[in-house]
Design a protein around this ligand. Structure first.
Ligand code: ADP
Ligand code: MG
Ligand code: MG
Length: 208
């Protein structure tokens, strides 16, 4: 299985569906330690990405994800828009055309680097990076022993879920939640929660 154009389109669509379905939970998480708009922000951005992909009919997986990234940057709003947007753009740029499990591992790493470079968050700062970094590591690990994109994506999703749980005892050092200081402790990070959904979408659309 490779990440081809159809699979990339399916990934963005499924991510939009999963985020829209979980919008109330993402909103609640962001209300606890932020301003309660993460679910709405990301639903808007991903639905705009689906529309843009539909209108522009990109002819490769890479262009599909670059298109999604641009839409996320311009339509999401909030800190997460430029971060996810740049992440998807870097993913697409690294992929070039379409990719097997090794190429997707490299693309995911480029996505993570894009988010880290723009946001300046490190592992442990209680952000989406705390779900994405272990997910990328798990995907790379899987890519060394399997050519199956789905297996690697499932492992990455599990690692992201574990990373999300690890954000609960963290004190936020980046983004709006950092204004709360110690009061940010004891809650899941909303961006880490949406990262789980984005990876789960990839696992679902690569299922045999
Ligand atoms: P805003 O805080 O502007 O309302 P959102 O609510 O859409 O934006 O997104 C909040 C999420 O963005 C946080 O839960 C966190 O995961 C992520 N985030 C915020 N700042 C950063 C950063 N500098 N680096 C990485 N992720 C960040
Ligand atoms: Mg918010
Ligand atoms: Mg906001």
């Amino acid at each position: 299985m490779i990440l081809d154009t159809a699979t990339a389109i399916a990934w963005v669509s499924r991510a939009a569906e999963l985020v829209r379905t979980d919008e109330p939970r993402l909103t609640r998480l962001d209300a606890e330690i932020g301003d309660g708009d993460h679910g709405a922000n990301l639903t808007r951005g991903l639905l705009a990405a689906v529309v843009d992909i539909d209108e522009k009919t990109p002819d490769s997986a890479a262009k599909t994800l670059i298109t999604a990234g641009r839409a996320l940057i311009s339509k999401t709003g909030g800190a997460s828009g430029p971060l996810y947007g740049n992440g998807f753009r870097q993913f697409g740029k690294e992929l070039r055309d379409e990719g097997d499990v090794t190429a997707v591992a490299d693309a995911l790493e480029a996505m993570l680097r894009g988010i880290e470079e723009l946001g300046g968050a490190l592992h442990g700062d209680k952000t989406m990076v705390d779900a994405l970094a272990p997910a990328v590591a798990a995907f790379q690990e899987a890519a060394r022993s399997t050519s199956d994109l789905h297996t690697a994506a499932v492992n990455a999703t599990k690692a992201a879920e574990a990373g999300l749980a690890e954000t609960i005892p963290m004190q936020a050092r980046k983004g709006r939640a950092s204004y709360l200081g110690k009061r940010s402790i004891g809650h899941e990070d909303p961006g880490a929660a949406s990262t789980v959904l984005i990876l789960r979408a990839l696992a679902e659309v690569t299922a045999p």
